[in-house]
Ligand binder design. Structure first.
Ligand code: 6GU
Length: 252
């Protein structure tokens, strides 16, 4: 997968050299290209923002600069990937649609993603209007809080998508068992996990996990997942498919 990120802080993405994402890049599974938005300015101050029409606080990022940057990055990518290819464009904003595991799985199928994180009060809305249909541009939010800019949200999304790419995780089963994964774990949080020693500071590992009884262990894990979801995320629990519950599930 090719990933382009246009930002006034390309150095913000240094963490993508580390750990799982760093390995994915070394192996050529993730091909990340960082771009400095200010490279597409023409004034001595390298201005990327201006005052908002209609008044109000803060500044808005200028459409011409973003337009020039996005056009250039598309051209650069096409020269490599073929002239008929276009990236999926992702614009992080707290007013976007929620980024969920389902959205991560959808993005993981794309060959090319283009992230456009904004600072200040956001990007002039005509930029998404311009690229919206052609690049299937999405405005997405990673949660109900406000960040100082979209860069941290891009880090979150690249990691969530990157770990889903074939060959990135050693054990493919861990993707299927994730909290929020479609299928058996849909709308379920994962329960607690343990490793050796069997007793640590007086805290014991649940006996069933030491039993070697795979059926009982699977049953226990599902009970813990259901319990945890009911307690911590009642709104998720309400979306569980009760039709597919077995008798034991109904008691939890
Ligand atoms: Cl995607 N961007 C910003 N700036 N703040 C956010 C966000 C995104 N998602 C939640 N808060």
């Amino acid at each position: 997968m090719r990933v382009d990120i246009i930002s006034i802080f390309p150095e913000y993405f240094a963490p993508l050299d580390v750990s799982l994402m760093g390995k994915a890049r070394e192996r050529g599974i993730l091909d990340i290209h960082l771009h400095q938005l200010r490279d597409w300015t023409h004034d001595v101050h390298k201005t990327v923002d201006d005052t908002p029409y209609g008044g109000g606080p803060g500044m808005v990022m200028k459409p011409e600069i973003w337009g020039a940057a996005v056009d250039a990055v598309i051209g650069e990518g096409r020269a490599v990937s073929g002239e008929d290819t276009l990236p999926r464009m992702i614009v992080p904003t707290p007013s976007g649609r929620p980024f969920t595991q389902e959205v991560a799985l959808e993005y993981a199928k794309e060959p090319w993603l283009l992230f456009a994180p904004a600072r200040y009060e956001g990007i002039d809305s005509r930029v998404v209007a311009e690229y919206g249909a052609r690049l299937r541009a999405d405005e997405v939010s990673i949660g109900d809080y406000v960040l100082a800019g979209g860069e941290a949200a891009v880090l979150v999304m690249v990691e969530a998508v990157g770990r889903l790419l074939p060959g990135v995780l050693g054990n493919a089963r861990s993707v299927a068992d994730d909290s929020f994964a479609p299928g058996a774990m849909a709308n379920l949080l994962e329960g607690p996990v343990y490793t050796k020693p069997p007793v640590w500071r007086g805290h014991e590992v649940p006996e069933v996990l030491l039993s070697g009884h795979h059926g009982r262990i699977a049953r226990w894990r599902r009970d813990e997942a259901l319990r945890r979801t009911l307690e911590r995320r009642p709104e998720l629990a309400a979306r569980l498919d009760r039709e597919s519950f077995d008798k034991h599930d109904r008691r939890v």
